[in-house]
Design a protein around this ligand. Structure first.
Ligand SMILES: Cc1ncc(COP(=O)(O)O)c(C=O)c1O
Length: 403
């Protein structure tokens, strides 16, 4: 082990001090195993039955019998792995079928899949733009978008969150003849608010920019049938590069882009995350493929999620909490300091509500919060009870003052 205090050991030691101090104060709640799914929104953690308010499984599809069956049949048929990368021997019929299903679901010509949503953003952004090009990124975009922009070597410009005037100003100052890509989240992953697609599309048209939208938290959540932000705004074909993950509403792993034939053909032959990384395991591809079909077949889940999100946000704000501008299943419960967010988490978990804090660098310094999520699996009674418990804790900690 290197004994010299270089910058690497300094970083390691700082993290050790930070996590040790949290653990000694009983404020460390990350990396806890969820040992059992108990049906509905209940899970077992550390031997206790808790209400899950931190899940990305927005439509409650983890463990869905049709999806489990599809995964099991794929294992029986193909085993657990593939013969390598898609380009060489790794492609199975289930990969082709999954990409067709995604293309249909997203109303696009074609789709391409990658091994994770993170890899998708990294690989796709850095393959589309490069040195001499410009890439524009909302300041609250997901880390994988940031990393993709940095990896691309394009001129990386960040505009203020959801401030499309700021974006337009930045675009108008870029050289007219440079290629320009705008990348945004459809639903922002820490705030739960929406991107203004109609205005954004108009700006992209005016300045001839490509538009890429990350739909990690909008598929299954937005639009009457859950197909995402284009359906929500009733705007077909507004997005050039429709990116999404297979790890949230879709209970699997992987990421995708749906787009026109030429873009997908380019990515299939130029993006390094596709060419140099193994194909999705057959069970995960089959589970994803079935899940897109389940969303369309079980529309009640999308409606229920929408009702639950409204109820949760209304009750929290009535109790005096600040939920920022959330309009979706991601509901921030604003705390301010890291300490307040950790203490609220401890209170919630002591009362069997499984919710977690997010602090800097995931959100700006001083804007720590509980990042609660609601799903189609919650009952109205559970939501009402949870808000009552959170409100009591919030009052005890001085976060809210309402009686
Ligand atoms: C907006 C957004 N994009 C991309 C990702 C990465 O997706 P994955 O977890 O599938 O790698 C996430 C994950 O949380 C996300 O929230």
């Amino acid at each position: 082990m290197n004994k010299i205090q270089d910058s690497v050991s300094r970083r390691i030691n700082e993290m050790k001090a930070r996590t040790s101090s949290m653990k000694s104060e009983n404020l460390y709640f990350y990396n806890q195993p969820v040992t059992e799914m108990l049906g509905g929104s209940k899970v077992r953690v550390d031997g206790r039955v808790m209400s899950m308010y931190a899940s990305y499984s927005y439509l409650g599809l983890i463990g869905h019998p049709r999806i489990n069956k599809a995964a099991q049949e794929a294992i029986t048929r193909y085993g657990t792995g593939t013969h390598g990368v898609r380009t060489l021997a790794g492609t199975l019929p289930i990969h082709v079928e999954l990409e067709e299903t995604i293309a249909k679901f997203k109303h696009a010509d074609e789709a391409i899949t990658y091994s994770s949503g993170y890899v998708t953003n990294l690989s796709v952004i850095s393959t589309l733009v490069g040195r001499g090009d410009h890439v524009f990124c909302d300041k609250l975009n997901h880390a994988s978008i940031y990393d993709g922009c940095m990896m691309s070597h394009a001129k990386f410009e960040r505009f203020n969150h959801n401030d499309l005037h700021n974006l337009e100003q930045q675009i108008s100052e870029a050289p007219e003849n440079s290629a320009k890509l705008v990348v945004v989240d459809a639903v922002f992953s820490m705030d739960g608010d929406l991107m203004n697609l109609p205005l954004l599309r108009a700006i992209c048209d005016k300045y001839h920019c490509w538009l890429m939208v990350d739909e990690a938290h909008s598929v299954g959540v937005l639009g009457e049938t859950g197909t995402g932000i284009e359906e929500h705004f009733n705007m077909a074909d507004a997005i050039d590069i429709k990116m999404g993950t297979l790890s949230k509403t879709i209970p699997s792993i992987g990421g995708y882009v749906a787009s026109n034939h030429d873009i997908i053909n380019y990515l299939r032959h130029a993006s390094r995350g596709y060419i140099f990384s193994a194909a999705l395991p057959p069970a995960q591809a089959a589970a994803s493929n079935e899940a897109f079909k389940v969303i369309l077949d079980e529309q009640w889940r999308v409606n229920k999620l929408c009702d639950n999100a409204k109820l949760f946000i209304n009750n929290l704000t009535n109790a005096g909490f600040d939920t920022l501008n959330s309009q979706t299943a991601i509901v921030p419960i604003y705390c301010g300091s890291d300490q307040a967010a950790y203490e609220m988490t401890r209170e919630a978990q002591m009362h069997d509500i499984f919710v977690l804090p997010v602090v800097s660098p995931a959100v700006p310094e001083g804007q720590a919060r509980l990042r609660a999520t609601v799903t189609a699996n919650h009952t109205a009674e559970d939501i009402i009870h949870t808000v009552e418990v959170l409100a009591e804790s919030g009052r005890r900690l001085g976060l809210i003052s309402k009686p």
